[in-house]
Design a protein around this ligand. Structure first.
Ligand SMILES: [Zn+2]
Length: 300
C-alpha cells in the first residue's frame, strides 16, 4: 500500500467524540487538519509555535464548530499526535483523555505540525490534498458553507477574487464552488503537466517513477490569501520538485520575456520552456517577481 493510501485511511479513521447538541462528530480534529492543509497549500513552514497554532485553531473551532464545541485546540492536536499524523516537539506526550492534558500542552507549549511524511504528500500532491479536503467536508461539514471554511483555512482564495459571480446566482451553486475549485485545482495542474509531458519548464528534467512520470503544478501568483492568485492555466507552471521549491521561495523568478532569472546569482539562467497550448500570464509573472524582491529587501 502506498503512503497516500495510508494517509487517506488514517484520515478516514479519526476517532472523534460526538456533539451532544447535534449528535454529529465533533470537528476539532478535522478543523486542525484543514488548518494544516491550508498551510501546506500555501508553502508555509510545516512546524509552528504552540501559541500561534492554538490561537488559530481556537478561532476555527469557535467559528465552524458545533454549538457545544469548546475552543480547546489541545485535544485535537494530542489526538492527531497519537493517531500518527502530528508531530510534537516534546517527550512523554500525555493521552488526550486525561484531565491534565490541557495543562500539559500549555505549560510545555510544544512546536508542532504534520509529520514529515504527511506533509510531503499534502504539499506535493494537490490531488491527494483535494481528496482529503473533500473527504473531511463530506463527513464533518455538510451544513457548513465550504466557501467560507476553505477560505478561512487558506485552501482557496476569496470567492470574489477568483470567480466572478454572476449576480443572483442561487446559493446551492455557490455552495459547490469552493469544493469544485479544489477539484479543478488538481485537474488543471494535471492538464498543464500533460501539455509539457511532465518536463520541468525550468530545467527540462522529467522524473520517472515506477508508475509513470512525475511533475508538480506550481502557481505563479499563489492562490489563497493574501495573494489571491487565480486558478487558471496562465497562472500555473509545470515544474520539478526542486525548481518548484526554488520558485516558491523566491530563488528563481521569471522575466517578462519568459527567461528564468536566478535571484541568488543575480543573472539569467536560461529560457523558460514553453508549449504553444499553454500561455503564461505576464501579469502574474511580474507579481511573483515583485513580491519576491520586496520580501528579499533587508529590513531595518
Ligand atoms: Zn526543474
Amino acid at each position: 500500500m502506498g503512503l497516500s493510501e495510508s494517509l487517506l485511511l488514517k484520515i478516514g479513521s479519526l476517532r472523534t467524540d460526538t456533539s451532544k447538541v447535534t449528535g454529529r462528530p465533533r470537528r476539532h480534529q478535522p478543523l486542525t487538519l484543514l488548518w494544516a492543509l491550508g498551510r501546506a497549500a500555501q508553502a508555509e513552514p510545516r512546524l509552528e509555535a504552540w501559541a500561534r497554532t492554538s490561537a488559530e485553531i481556537s478561532l476555527l473551532i469557535e467559528k465552524f464548530g458545533h454549538a457545544d464545541d469548546r475552543p480547546n485546540p489541545e485535544f485535537p492536536v494530542l489526538r492527531l499526535f497519537h493517531h500518527g499524523l502530528w508531530e510534537l516537539d516534546a517527550s512523554d506526550v500525555p493521552a488526550a483523555s486525561t484531565s491534565s492534558a490541557q495543562r500539559w500542552m500549555n505549560s510545555h507549549a510544544p512546536t508542532g505540525g504534520l509529520r514529515p511524511w504527511v506533509h510531503t504528500i499534502v504539499s506535493r500532491h494537490p490531488d491527494v490534498r483535494a481528496q482529503i479536503v473533500l473527504c473531511l467536508l463530506e463527513k464533518y461539514f455538510q451544513d457548513v458553507d465550504p466557501d467560507e471554511l476553505l477560505t478561512a483555512v487558506g485552501l482557496v482564495g476569496t470567492p470574489e477574487a477568483e470567480v466572478p459571480l454572476n449576480d443572483g446566482s442561487p446559493a446551492p451553486q455557490r455552495r459547490q464552488s469552493a469544493t469544485m475549485r479544489v477539484i479543478r485545482d488538481s485537474a488543471l495542474a494535471q492538464q498543464i503537466k500533460d501539455v509539457h509531458g511532465h518536463h520541468c519548464q525550468i530545467c527540462g528534467v522529467r522524473l520517472c517513477l515506477p508508475n509513470g512520470s512525475y511533475a508538480e503544478g506550481a502557481h505563479i501568483r499563489p492562490i489563497g490569501q493574501p495573494h489571491n492568485g487565480p486558478d487558471e492555466p496562465g497562472n500555473i507552471l509545470c515544474l520539478c520538485p526542486n525548481d518548484h521549491v526554488l520558485f516558491d521561495r523566491g530563488a528563481l523568478t521569471l522575466t517578462d520575456d519568459l527567461r528564468v532569472f536566478d535571484e541568488v546569482l543575480g543573472k539569467v539562467k536560461g529560457d523558460l520552456r514553453l508549449a504553444p497550448q499553454h500561455t503564461i500570464s505576464i501579469r502574474h509573472i511580474a507579481y511573483h517577481r515583485e513580491t519576491t524582491r520586496q520580501a528579499a529587501q533587508p529590513s531595518h
